[in-house]
Design a protein around this ligand. Structure first.
Ligand SMILES: [Zn+2]
Length: 291
């Protein structure tokens, strides 16, 4: 039998949760939960929701739903809030530190680029102590922080949260996360912070199979010229992996690329492999240096 994931959209109905910067927690959590259900269903999991509309469900009922359906994992989405508007970042709460919580937090931080607030044990939270399966409560970002709230308003950020969590769930069960070529581009497109030869820039990217991919336009900004094979150029198949030629310092190299939305997306790791750049990844920021 398939694994059952219980997805809990925090708050709802008369309980709006935290409010700030023009948004309400209950709306963000519902949107995220519904998308997470959709994405996890495509990965082959059975989904149980605690709510699918803007209604109030008490905490005991949320636990009862998860327990009665024998869910294998319980994932609760929330957004954080603090009196200090400087507070920002992402954290994962759990009853006791465990491998699943670690995977979730790591996946979120790797993909979101938000401040890593770590994993926190919270034995007092009803949905964590009343559920019998491994349970996490994800505080995606701070509604009370201007920059975090801007992220929470962005569908791209919500999509990234959802994909991050789905990848952690797949990882937990030892299943390879399958990115879906039929999904709209917005599902995976994202802005990626890059330190380019010491200068911080935000570039358009694409997230698939756990890799950050960039447009070849980004390569030109790195000072490399990019050429396409005349034959393959005419074969435009969505999401098809193909080899493209990169002219790096006059030397022709072949790297794997994905053609999507009229751009070739190339993995920076592939460029590192052929020795034209050095890539480091730390705290959600990609550091790229010419060699
Ligand atoms: Zn909340």
């Amino acid at each position: 039998m398939g694994k059952i994931i219980c997805i809990d959209a925090g708050h709802g109905g008369t309980d709006s949760g935290a409010v700030g910067n023009g948004i309400k927690e209950k709306d963000i959590t519902l949107k995220t939960a519904l998308k997470a259900g959709e994405v996890l269903k495509k990965q082959g999991f059975d989904i149980v929701f605690t709510r699918v509309s803007d209604n109030y469900i008490n905490l005991g009922e949320r636990c009862r739903i998860a327990n009665s359906k024998n869910a294998d994992l319980f994932i609760s989405f929330h957004v954080n809030s603090a009196g200090n508007s400087q507070a920002s970042g992402t954290e994962t709460l759990c009853f006791e530190k465990n491998y699943f919580a670690e995977l979730v937090q790591k996946s979120l931080i790797d993909n979101l680029g938000t401040k890593n607030r770590g994993i926190k044990e919270r034995k007092d939270l009803a949905v964590l102590n009343g559920t019998r399966m491994n349970a996490v409560l994800i505080e995606m970002a701070f509604i009370s922080n201007f920059d975090d709230a801007k992220l929470l308003k962005s569908d791209l950020f919500i999509d990234d949260c959802v994909v991050s969590v789905a990848m952690a769930v797949c990882g937990y069960f030892g299943i390879k996360y399958k990115s879906d070529g039929e999904k709209g581009d917005s599902e995976m497109k994202k802005s990626i912070n890059v330190i380019l030869n010491g200068r911080k820039e935000t570039v358009d990217g694409y997230f698939a199979d756990g890799k950050n991919l960039f447009t070849t336009d980004f390569l030109r900004r790195l000072g490399f010229s990019v050429e396409y094979d005349e034959n393959t150029k005419e074969v435009i198949v969505d999401n098809e992996v193909k080899n493209i030629e990169v002219i790096a310092d006059g030397k022709k190299e072949t790297v794997e690329a994905v053609f999507k939305n009229n751009f070739n997306y190339v993995s920076l790791r592939a460029l590192e492999r052929i020795g034209i750049i050095k890539v480091d990844y730390k705290d959600g920021v990609v550091y790229v240096n010419s060699i």
